[in-house]
Design a protein around this ligand. Structure first.
Ligand code: ADP
Ligand code: 5GP
Length: 195
């Protein structure tokens, strides 16, 4: 039987400011064979963010149209903005045999688990809420009000941690990256999935 290898879906999730973007950048920088999904969002671009690279930035009315057309593998409303993963793009990457990485919020991660049961979910946890606050304030990409909004849901996000396949505490960045990389590479090398 001629069976071609199918890629795996990795979902990296956790509270805003925990370090997901930092870790994902390190991982995809070192492993260019892992494809990072570009999400669609209604959020305003931050300085330096480029349409089609960091996100596909679209207006809310187009995002809502796309929800109706069931274009998304998962989508969420987070801190007043919509975010989603294009289903066709995600499926075609995996079908080509590439491993796909999604960096998304907790609600979206759990939707992926429902729709693609073989997806591997990794929760990135802060060492403490105080440290998380400090990272968000130091990053300076949101207003104080937006930071408070992001912090107000952290407890409910951490409550969903048991539903993930792995949980990694982002304390020391080097150590955390090593644990994440080992986890992902071990999963990639596990028994193959087939189309
Ligand atoms: P997220 O993508 O989860 O919102 P970021 O990757 O943007 O988070 O990280 C938030 C801030 O915390 C950034 O300024 C980043 O440099 C910093 N950061 C990330 N990991 C660590 C760590 N292990 N220790 C200290 N600061 C960190
Ligand atoms: P930010 O505005 O900081 O870029 O992202 C806010 C939150 O939205 C982060 O937790 C990020 O992981 C999440 N996010 C980004 N893209 C998506 C997506 O396509 N789907 C979901 N569910 N969350 C996303």
């Amino acid at each position: 039987m001629n069976q071609e290898k199918k890629g795996k879906i990795f979902v990296i999730s956790g509270p805003s400011g925990v370090g997901k973007g930092t870790l994902v950048k390190l991982l995809t920088g070192k492993h260019p064979e892992i494809v990072l999904s570009t999400s669609v969002t209604t959020r305003v671009p931050r300085p330096g963010e480029v349409n089609g690279i960091h996100y596909f930035f679209i207006e809310k009315k187009f995002f809502l149209d796309r929800i109706n057309k069931e274009d998304f593998l998962e989508w969420t409303e987070f801190a007043g903005n919509y975010y989603g993963t294009d289903k066709n793009i995600a499926d075609s990457v995996v079908k080509q045999g590439c491993n796909l990485l999604l960096e998304i919020d907790v609600k979206g991660a759990l939707q992926v688990k429902e729709k693609r049961a073989d997806a591997i979910l990794i929760f990135i946890e802060p060492p403490s809420i105080e440290e998380l606050k400090s990272r968000l304030f130091k990053r300076k990409t949101e207003s104080d009000k937006e930071i408070q909004e992001r912090l107000s849901i952290v407890k409910s996000e951490i409550d969903r941690k048991p539903e993930f396949n792995y949980c990694i505490v982002n304390d020391c960045l080097d150590r955390t990256f090593h644990e994440l990389e080992t986890t992902v590479i071990n999963e990639i090398n596990k028994t193959e999935s087939y189309k």
